[in-house]
Design a protein around this ligand. Sequence first.
Ligand code: A3P
Length: 309
Amino acid sequence: MPQEKPFSTKLDDVPKGSWVRGSLKSVEGVPLLEQIVDNWDKVANFQAQPDDLLIATYPKAGTTWIQEIVDLIYNDGDVEKAKRAPTHVRMPFLEMVPPPPLRSGVENASKMPSPRLIKTHLPFQLVPKSFWEHNCKVVVYVARNAKDIVVSYYHFDWMNLAQPEPGPWEGYICKFMECQLGWGSWYDHVRRFWEEKDKHRILYLFFEDMKEDPKREILKVMKFLDKELPEEVVDKIVHHTSFQVMKDNPMANYSSIPDTIFDWKASTFMRKGEVGDWKNYFTVAQNEVFDEDYKMKMLGTSLKFRSKI
Ligand code: A3P
């Protein structure tokens, strides 16, 4: 019998110093962390199963929020079940390749029992083909307005010591507009999933709508997943997935990640969770340049975002 390589799901088991700020390489022109690119064949050849649910987002769009919502729907609103493990253990991050002895997202997903909930930040064209091969795969996609994404990503890049160092804010906005951040162009990401949503089983949600009326959006997710739950259970899910409750929930706020990986002095993960925080960071001049560039990049799409509610 071939011996299984030793592995761990405990981030504390990663030897000190092996978690370092990586650099980006690219797959089909999309910049990704180099360890993801070096492991790319495994991601591209990942075998999806008919009852998988893929949660797809551009980074910082509210991934963790929708993960918590979907997990609670799957578990009929059982809050204790949703607290069985931290988010990253409950739902593998498909393309992620952490240092040993941790297993990659692909390895974790292949060890999981069905029905699997899988997270990805990959743009549509890089999602493993097997997800689209049969029309039985479903994807919940969450999009968030670009300006709040840049602000949230900037704080996260200071905090997450696996990401390239973000550098000063001024230059960071430029990198975002030049589509040089990890997972590439936000503009192409949100547009392509929007274009594809009616050709596949994709539910396209907006962070801003979830903030405005979380119950309405949770009911949309339930309908999409063919799930019916009593009203009081839906209300419980709304409560349990509110910003403040998730912020205080160690199984949903990433606080189990040691400070060798997340620099908790730089930021918290559950930072503000607002629509319009960008106004506290963009200068008037930066906003004008951003809007001009945005108009060109989003030309011809029916996709509309709200950057305030
Ligand atoms: P901010 O940095 O603006 O606070 P992701 O999970 O994709 O990395 O996204 C993280 C962003 O979603 C963070 O945004 C975080 O605060 C926000 N978020 C997470 N859970 C939320 C919730 N329940 N309600 C509102 N925002 C939430």
